[in-house]
Design a protein. Sequence first.
Length: 421
Amino acid sequence: DVDDLMFTVVEPFSTVLPSLAPTSSVAEEDLVAVYDTEFTAPRCFDVGASCNTWFKNGGVGRDANGGYENNAPNTIDGCEDYSIGKRGHDESIQSMKVASVDGAFLSVGEKARIEAYVFKAKDTSSRSNPNEKEYAHFWYAPDAKSKDWSHLRSTSFDPGSGGLMRLNLNFTLQPGDSTQAVRLTYGYAESRYMGPCDRMDKYFDVDDLVFEVNHGAIPVPSFQYIATLDSPLPNHSKSIAATYDSEYTVPRCFEHASLCHGGFVLIRGVGDEEENSPNTIDSCADRTGSSSQNFESIFFMSVQSVTKEIMTVGDWVSITTAVTSPTDTSLRPMPADHQFIIHFYYKSDVVSSWKYITSRFRQPGLDSGLFSVKYMLPAGSVHVVRVIYGYGPFIVGPCVRSWEYYDVDDLMFAVVDSSLT
């Protein structure tokens, strides 16, 4: 038996047939955007290879008339949806993603790709202008704070088939600010008139995605880097190993440093196998098996200044963690619906609430892995970072007790805060 399959490749802009559905799990390299009250839109706070809303804000807001979009309108400048449409019947933006084309960190001067899923109208025959097209316009703000939009590309297509359609567009990341944004406006008929917020039709949806880009070199950790931590590190002004603090029940670097690490002893293992378990300031405990050889385990954590100078308020720092996991999860409940997830949190003092940074994902079947994320140090002289590594559905929280398998560890470190001197 012999068969052929013919397909078409369109570059740099392509639309995919409405029957195409999204994949069932988040890609390993995806950062998942969360709603940011400062920009009033989904945002990835860390630099990564991609940033994905992952269908969490799908739908339209309908101005003052209600709607079904979480945190509507999800735009950085207050541009609002305007739609009389119904869920699952009329136009709406369901998900947005921005990713580097080469799989490296999103960086100025490099190619990136916007990938959006939209819901096409099923039937426009009863509309006042039933023979019009649907229009999608892509916009880009190299500085999200300025809210100055540049038009990238537009396309149109016939409605009437319903269902999801994927739109792809390649563009080049421009100099501006490290925090940038993309926008998609999607609507019917009069939406052909271009503008970053032209709401001329009764079926109009607009959504933004805020993400971080790399303006310079971000250190990429390696296992060799971890193996040499007990020796002086080149170019670091001061690197120190944490010791266990019995007052706060966590590994802690008491002195100011450019790098603070927990080594392999203080947090390695899970449950009773882990020395001074659970190594958290609030008694959030591990929930997994008794052996790091067969279950999820964090075995290394560090935090370091990106500039390799003493960590100071306002500096960017990177959290690095090394994890190990079982290679076979086939006997666990719902293995097809779960994956390995790593959550990163921080506190700028020991009494404040945890602040979510981002999450990383690993597919089952992998053994050890090394991950690094970045955030800016807010005011405060004693900071804490937390890593949660577990197996289950995507649930965000500083202590995900609903997961069947997870390891959680904290690392406390000193930060120079000039406002306190």
